[in-house]
Design a protein around this ligand. Structure first.
Ligand code: GRF
Length: 210
């Protein structure tokens, strides 16, 4: 698989940083071709610049509609020969032009154990529900919000005295650990999507052998 990544961000870019670090430290065999933000002031852009990575900011205001915006993003990613798109705190729904340009080639990280607590404020949702365990999920992006096939998950405890901030910080540690790992899994291939499931060849062998 083409191991050139395109990372899409909206904010601070700590997950972007975890990918930059993993590539730099050779824990992840990939390169970051471009980082695109939908806000010129996204602090994560500076992280990319500091790492010598090309950046672009595309504001939705400059496009007629959602479709035109997504097409522009897809065109830019294609122009940079990106093989896998990584959403890293990209606060926009991804529409058909992007999904069609990168079928089964867009990943997202979400701060809950999906399918629990999709959408915004996942950590607050978990606290309000009173769950004892939450975590992080990396999944393929489909038309369903936070509903695509799950590549990797990691659980963290929810503690009695947690605030949104303390829970978010505990989950973030796991996000930074599993996102580069999940990118490697996807890039290495040997998997397919079966129904809702992301099935690795190793899983199939294990299942067959059990
Ligand atoms: C992370 O919690 C991620 O799971 C969610 O948005 C947040 C982005 O944080 N999708 P950062 O910009 O990567 O620091």
């Amino acid at each position: 698989m083409n191991r050139r990544l395109g990372v899409l961000i909206s904010g601070r870019g700590s997950n972007l940083q975890s990918i930059i670090d993993a590539v730099r430290d050779r824990r992840l065999d990939a390169s970051i071709a471009i980082v695109i933000a939908n806000r010129a002031e996204a602090p994560g852009l500076q992280r990319a610049r500091d790492a010598g990575i090309e950046t672009a900011s595309l504001s939705a205001r400059d496009y007629r509609d959602r479709e035109a915006y997504d097409r522009a993003v897809a065109d830019l990613l294609k122009a940079r020969d990106v093989g896998l798109v990584c959403l890293a705190g990209f606060m926009r729904l991804v529409g058909a032009p992007l999904l069609d340009a990168f079928p089964e080639r867009i990943l997202n990280i979400h701060p809950s154990l999906l399918p629990a607590f999709p959408g915004l404020d996942a950590q607050r949702q978990a606290l309000d529900w009173g769950v004892r365990v939450s975590g992080a999920t990396v999944h393929l992006v489909t038309t369903e919000l936070d509903g695509g096939p799950i590549v990797l998950q990691s659980a963290v405890p929810v503690l009695a005295d947690d605030s949104v901030d303390t829970l978010a910080a505990r989950i973030l540690v796991e996000e930074h650990r599993i996102y580069p790992k999940a990118i490697g899994v996807v890039l290495d291939g040997g998997w397919s999507v079966v129904g809702r499931r992301f099935v690795r060849r190793a899983d199939r062998v294990q299942a067959g052998g059990a």
